[in-house]
Design a protein around this ligand. Structure first.
Ligand code: AP5
Length: 599
């Protein structure tokens, strides 16, 4: 048995134990008083014993993680996968973990399972945890955190990698892991509507012999014999599920803020194999990034992506000090990587008309034409990444438009093509093969091109780019066309009209490009200081609204306020900032009308 002491660290009973977390996160106000020094629980590495497999409901999953079946890819010993999976009660975490473990051989650490094992064993910790679990409440942090950190420090978890399920469940728990430098490579959040969750919980049945999870309607057992021995979890009544759901919602935003930069939300309201397909592709890609030695020439993105991963470790959310320009390389890499991942997801999903809109000071040539260099760097990252995947990418920037005295091009784009041509496109001959530079128009579309990245296409006074753009997209057919920071709003000439198709048609065409990345800082109207917050959307996920908060230490952070399935209106943003419930009929007004200028 392992005794948890109240001193700053204690040791694991497994041979390669690391120090445990100091018991600092106990929230005395939320839970009855416990004396940490008196708590003891089973040796963390013994949770895998066949005995507990027979005794406890879901421990089957733990056993599989010890002897992975059908493992197709393995992590390197130095870099095993570290995965966190989260979601509301009954969102399908356990179900997906079974599949993940079968394929990737990770050590599955489920706090629910660990606690249920303790309860079944009648241990001291189990007796203490039982009352909280049966009431649908969270077990005190001190108990759970010590269990998790002890389990993660066992040799098998270190060697094979881990899959953490059901932890962290509060901001304090997330911070505990951060303090101990225990960080996942990826955070998967399963998203399922409330009414479905309740039905799933109430219909859930567990097989105490095999540990398999069934559902009376969705996944009924194959035989009457199994059916007869199924048991219901004590916390699976409708009333308790509602309480668990409520607690989950109260904590979710704060936890998400810790893992925002590595968060992957997945629609869990689909058949379990479909859900797993998404997870599988994410983890396989991650594993490939960690372990594969490149077989084809390495373009520049590989080392940059490695760096981006380490940046993600560091940022854990939106980078701060965004008003200080020039931005550091780390900040730039954070955004390049964010845009890249969203764009790749969209293209992999077969989307063909895409736009990226990213408006941080460093990427805003309207403030300073020299910022076009940063925009070029972003374009290079995206183009090289697709080229790495074997696609022939044409990077296009519009040439001079109009004729005679009206001929010209937007100031921000002057010289851009030359910059693109002279840029360093890697030492492996990508330029001229996988990467080509072109202009905007139908004749730029060659048979060999796989996709097109258009740099800030925009209308100029009296000249409209849309005719050329439309001709180009028509010629591109089903091949992806990605607009980076387009500005397709009307800029009438002295005649007062755009010299092209009707306004409605222009707007309709501009709107046919789907947002795959959106990032905008929010300020008071007419100012650039201070930053009030930010909106971020990465395909295929929701728009996230953040508020920037100054901390007493002098640091700042971005706190998630709300999410929206569509780009939020000014009213919705205002309401979220002042904490009002959403009201669709309200008009933009007052002090918080500051955002009117933004949209
Ligand atoms: P825990 O066991 O972790 O419970 P939970 O988070 O509420 O999650 P569930 O196990 O209920 O659901 P699941 O997401 O695994 O879904 P499942 O795959 O089973 O924790 C229990 C308690 O322990 C907590 O309430 C708390 O008291 C305590 N605790 C745990 N961690 C703690 C922590 N860190 N801090 C403090 N306290 C902690 O699926 C559910 C049902 O849906 C099944 O019947 C399944 O067959 C069905 N189903 C699954 N996927 C699908 C699908 N795609 N379509 C249709 N049906 C599906």
């Amino acid at each position: 048995m392992l005794a948890i002491s109240s001193s700053s660290s204690s040791s694991c009973s497994c041979s390669t134990a690391t120090s445990l977390h100091p018991l600092t996160n106990y929230n005395a106000s939320a839970t009855p008083s416990l004396n940490p020094s008196s708590i003891s629980f089973s040796s963390p590495c013994s949770y895998l014993s066949p005995l507990s497999f027979r005794l406890h409901s879901k421990t089957h999953r733990l056993r599989i993680s010890q002897k992975p079946k059908g493992l197709r890819v393995r992590c390197s010993k130095n870099e095993p996968l570290k995965v966190m999976i989260s979601g509301a009660p009954a969102s399908g975490k356990g179900t997906q973990c079974e599949l993940i473990v079968q394929k990737f051989g990770l050590v599955h650490v489920s706090t629910g399972d660990l606690l249920r094992a303790e309860v079944s064993a009648g241990s001291e910790i189990g007796n203490k945890a039982k009352e909280f679990m049966n009431a649908g409440r969270l077990v005190p942090d001190e108990i759970v955190t010590a269990m998790v950190t002890a389990r993660l420090s066992c040799p098998d978890a270190k060697e094979k990698g881990w899959l953490l399920d059901g932890y962290p469940r509060s901001f304090a728990q997330a911070q505990s892991l951060e303090e101990l430098n225990i960080r996942p490579d990826i955070y998967i959040a399963l998203d399922v509507p409330d009414e479905i969750l309740i039905d799933r919980c109430v219909g859930r049945r567990l097989d105490p012999v095999t540990g398999k999870i069934y559902h009376l309607k969705n996944f009924p057992p194959d035989s009457e014999e199994i059916k007869a021995r199924l048991v219901t979890r004590a916390d699976d009544t409708e009333e308790k599920v509602k309480s668990r759901l409520e607690i989950y919602k109260q904590n979710a935003a704060a936890i998400f803020s810790t893992y925002n930069s590595i968060m992957n939300k997945i629609d869990g309201n689909r058949p379990k194999d479909t859900v797993f397909k998404d997870i599988d592709s994410l983890l396989s890609q991650l594993q490939k990034d960690k372990t594969t030695k490149p077989v084809k020439p390495v373009l520049q993105t590989e080392s940059r992506l490695d760096q981006a991963f380490s940046n993600q470790e560091k940022w854990r959310g939106i980078p701060t000090r965004l008003n200080n320009i020039p931005h550091s390389r780390e900040i730039r890499n954070y955004f390049y990587d964010d845009v890249l991942q969203a764009t790749q997801r969209a293209v992999n999903d077969g989307r063909t008309r895409l736009k990226v809109e990213i408006n941080i000071p460093e990427l805003n040539p309207e403030m300073d034409v020299y910022r076009i260099g940063t925009l070029m760097e972003l374009v290079r990252v995206i183009a090289l990444s697709f080229a790495d995947d074997g696609k022939r990418v044409k990077v296009c920037v519009q040439g001079s438009m109009g004729q005679g005295a009206l001929a010209g091009m937007p100031l921000q784009l002057a010289g851009t093509r030359k910059i693109l041509e002279f840029m360093d496109w890697g030492n492996y001959g990508a330029m001229g093969t996988f990467i080509n530079i072109g202009s905007i128009g139908a004749k730029e579309v060659g048979e060999e091109d796989d996709m097109f990245i258009l740099v800030a296409p925009q209308n100029a006074v009296g000249n409209c780019i849309i005719d050329d753009l439309k001709a180009m997209t028509d010629a591109a057919g089903k091949r992806p066309v990605i607009l980076i920071n387009p500005r397709l709003k009307d800029l009438p000439g002295s005649s007062g009209i755009m010299q092209t198709m009707g306004r409605d048609k222009r707007l309709e065409y501009a709107a046919s490009f789907e947002s795959c990345y959106f990032f905008r800082l929010l300020y008071y109207a007419g100012t650039q200081y201070p930053i009030m917050g930010a909106i971020r959307m990465t395909y295929p996920y929701a728009y996230e609204l953040y508020k920037r908060v100054d901390e007493p230490s002098g640091k700042e952070k971005y706190v998630p306020l709300s999410t929206f399935t569509e780009r939020p209106t000014i009213d919705e943003i205002n309401d979220a900032f002042i904490g009002k419930p959403r009201n669709k009929d309200k008009k933009a007004s007052g002090f918080w009308g500051f955002l009117s200028g933004v949209f």
